[in-house]
Design a protein around this ligand. Structure first.
Ligand SMILES: [Ca+2]
Length: 355
């Protein structure tokens, strides 16, 4: 901006033609306007999701955020089986009053066996056993992967893919369209443990473990991919007083957030996590809106795809493995290493309360 104004000043000095000066003066406010419009444009996102209580919170947060334009959702197994993930995605769109398309995703991992959904965490309905009515709409024709490819190609360079569950749909989309990395703006995925213990095995978090092959493909593809690790999301807690504030002051969205969270809250309490529950998926959504709340590092990532360490994310500190083999030429991805927890929770509360 400064450089552009300097060039304009130089042009003014050099020009003796009054009409040229007038044209440049007219151009300055237009330039400011165009830059401000470009700066405020909402980020176009596709949410790939397995709702899931924390998915529900992330989706309510996203649809209340003026910074985001959700252009569609895609469903995936994980917290629930895929058909229920599809229905719950549509139910959540009914809750937030949106008619964006939902495309149904894969029903099983690329290669590994499908694991049973953890209904003791998210409830039998996946949404904390509040048993919402059936959705008012149906998913669109075609698969999630096809929808991702079609939408990315329709808005080249503009779409951020937000993966809140296993990355199967995104891996399939990559196989359908090899040029996808050139046209996707960014991929932000939630999952992976680096320092802390995993929630399904000592070395794996659910989103990675549920389809380790897909995660390995997505995280070692040469595109702008960010892994919002569980190390980070566990630092962000949803506490009872935060939920009470949202319920009182957040209108219908706030009341829903409080209601959908209670079963999940009790699960965490039963495991000894007393100080609120981990805010996994909404924290990934917060990264998309304001990455400045996070500390990150660049790492070359691969995921273990078999054996007792399946789902283990290995994040090498440098891209320096030049020898042929599994680490040859693996590009650097971004991982989150720390977060302003209070900043994330304040942003979510402000978004829901002020909407
Ligand atoms: Ca999820």
């Amino acid at each position: 901006m400064v450089a552009e104004l300097s060039i304009l000043k130089i042009s003014l000095k050099l020009s003796n033609d009054h009409r040229v000066k007038m044209k440049i003066f007219t151009a300055i406010p237009v330039l400011f306007f165009l830059l401000s419009v470009a700066g405020n444009a909402a980020e176009k996102v596709i949410i790939d999701t397995d709702p899931g209580v924390d998915d529900a919170l992330a989706i309510v947060f996203a649809f209340n955020s003026p910074e985001l334009e959700v252009v569609g959702m895609t469903s995936i197994f994980g917290n629930v089986n895929t058909p229920l993930a599809t229905a719950n995605s549509l139910r959540l769109l009914d809750i937030v009053g949106s008619d964006v398309p939902v495309a149904e995703g894969a029903i099983k991992p690329l290669y590994s066996p499908k694991m049973p959904p953890p209904d003791f965490v998210h409830g039998k309905d996946g949404l904390g056993e509040i048993y919402l009515p059936p959705p008012s709409r149906r998913p669109i024709e075609g698969s999630a992967a096809e929808f991702i490819v079609r939408t990315v190609m329709e808005y080249p360079g503009d779409i951020t893919l937000i993966a809140l569950g296993p990355m199967t749909n995104i891996a399939i989309a990559l196989s359908l369209e090899p040029d996808l990395p050139r046209y996707v703006k960014k991929v932000v995925a939630m999952g992976g443990v680096l320092q802390v213990m995993g929630n399904v095995t000592p070395v794996a978090s659910a989103n990675i473990w549920n389809d380790a092959h897909a995660a390995d493909i997505v995280l070692r593809t040469d595109w702008d991919v960010v892994l919002v690790t569980a190390d980070t999301t566990r630092k962000v807690r949803v506490k009872d007083n935060w939920l009470d504030n949202i319920r009182r002051n957040g209108g219908s969205a706030g009341k829903f957030v409080h209601r959908v969270s209670q079963f999940y809250r009790e699960f965490y309490r039963s495991t000894g996590v007393l100080d609120g529950f981990y805010n996994h998926d909404p924290t990934a959504m917060a990264y998309v809106i304001n990455p400045h709340l996070f500390q990150t590092e660049q790492r070359a990532i691969r995921v273990v795809t078999d054996g007792i360490s399946i789902g283990h994310v290995i994040a090498a500190k440098e891209r320096h493995y030049g020898q042929p083999g599994p680490w040859f030429d693996i590009p650097l991805a971004t991982i989150t290493t720390d977060v302003d927890s209070d900043g994330v929770m304040k942003m979510i509360a402000d978004t829901i309360i002020n909407d």
